[in-house]
Design a protein around this ligand. Structure first.
Ligand SMILES: [Zn+2]
Length: 364
């Protein structure tokens, strides 16, 4: 895969709407326009509607953005392209706030743009968590508006982290009597819940975690009942006794995620606002889950060049399958140095992770 464009290359290649449209046309119809209805190749370009072709066979009008994530957009194409470029060049993912600053648009607009790109990029991520999943709740303080000052309320957050073996990448076998060692987190889910009742917690689990999964939790009574019912809807409950101070040891990864998420919120947004809390959590989970496939090409982000490719994971994320997946390297001792997720097993972040999580709009 080619390197991302530099800023000056980008500006030279996409100076205006027409340049963006020509790029889309070239990539969607490399051998010339093809009508999606009748497969005819003869078409006239309309003068009355921008970047739209009318098929001379069946009369159907097709916009260059039809069927892409830019479908029916009211934003300029240059805004979309600039966003795709920023996503492609920010290896750790750009935040809505950073994007808003760069584009000079409202944070809401930036959020919607990112959301559309994310939805297109994360199909695979939407599969439910499975295998071994740590799950716990935490509380975070929030502000109700943009005013600085003391937090005004607290809200309950639930988090679930899929745990895999550090070397094999497989879920560890369920063992109620031992601590799971040499693991790393794979994907996370975070959500605001109304309270810590069985109803709220069960609803989150059923939406985000596949039945049959082993749930590693504390002794909270709201998890009871998840291991009952029909076999196809049942979970395996591995509840651990957690003393007052020890949740971060017993449920190591989910507490790691909680504390990084809180620090990210403080660093990037100077505290969470209630109105956007769900968005922040979604954004954090996206950035976390995306850390293993950082390089996504500009074309793929725009949803181009997908149609003629196999839709495997590696193809979707724009890289060759890792050769060592089939023959994982044998390590005599667990790796202690910098890891892909930027964390050490002893709980301290590496330098890279701190930068990732603490970068604010100023560093964009
Ligand atoms: Zn046609």
């Amino acid at each position: 895969m080619s390197r991302p464009r530099s800023l000056s290359q980008f500006q030279a290649e996409f100076p205006d709407e027409a340049a963006c449209a020509e790029f889309l046309i070239r990539h969607r119809w490399p051998a010339g326009f093809v009508c999606p209805t009748c497969r005819g190749c003869r078409a006239a370009r309309l003068r009355s509607r921008a970047y739209t072709f009318e098929c001379l066979g069946c009369g159907r009008q097709t916009s260059v953005t039809a069927g892409t994530i830019l479908h029916r957009t009211k934003l300029p194409l240059t805004t979309w392209f600039w966003t795709a470029h920023l996503i492609a060049t920010h290896s750790n993912g750009i935040s809505a706030l950073q994007l808003a600053t760069q584009l000079g648009v409202k944070e809401d607009t930036a959020w919607l743009l990112l959301h559309k790109f994310r939805a297109a990029m994360t199909d695979r991520e939407r599969q439910q968590l499975h295998g071994l999943v740590e799950i716990d709740q935490t509380e975070i303080p929030f502000r109700t508006d943009d005013s600085a000052g003391a937090p005004e309320g607290r809200v309950v957050i639930i988090g679930a982290v899929e745990i895999v073996d550090r070397i094999t990448g497989e879920a560890p076998k369920t063992d109620f009597n031992r601590t799971y060692k040499n693991t790393r987190p794979r994907r996370v889910r975070l959500a605001v819940i109304a309270d810590e009742t069985q109803d709220s917690i069960h609803a989150f689990v059923r939406e985000n975690i596949a039945p049959g999964t082993t749930l590693l939790t504390d002794g909270h009574s709201s998890y009871l009942g998840l291991n009952e019912g029909p076999e196809t809807e049942r979970y395996v409950l591995d509840q651990r006794v957690v003393g007052k101070m020890a949740a971060h040891l017993v449920l190591f990864w989910v507490h790691r995620v909680f504390s990084l998420m809180k620090r990210w919120g403080m660093g990037t947004f100077h505290g969470f606002r209630a109105k956007h809390l769900d968005r922040y959590l979604e954004e954090y989970a996206f950035r976390f889950n995306r850390r293993y496939w950082r390089r996504v090409s500009f074309e793929r982000i725009l949803g181009l060049a997908l149609d003629h490719q196999p839709h495997g994971y590696a193809a979707v994320v724009g890289r060759k399958p890792r050769p060592n997946r089939a023959n994982p390297p044998k390590r005599l001792a667990p790796r202690q140095r910098k890891t892909a997720d930027g964390m050490r097993r002893d709980g301290t972040e590496t330098h890279a992770m701190q930068e990732t999580l603490l970068d604010g709009p100023d560093s964009a």
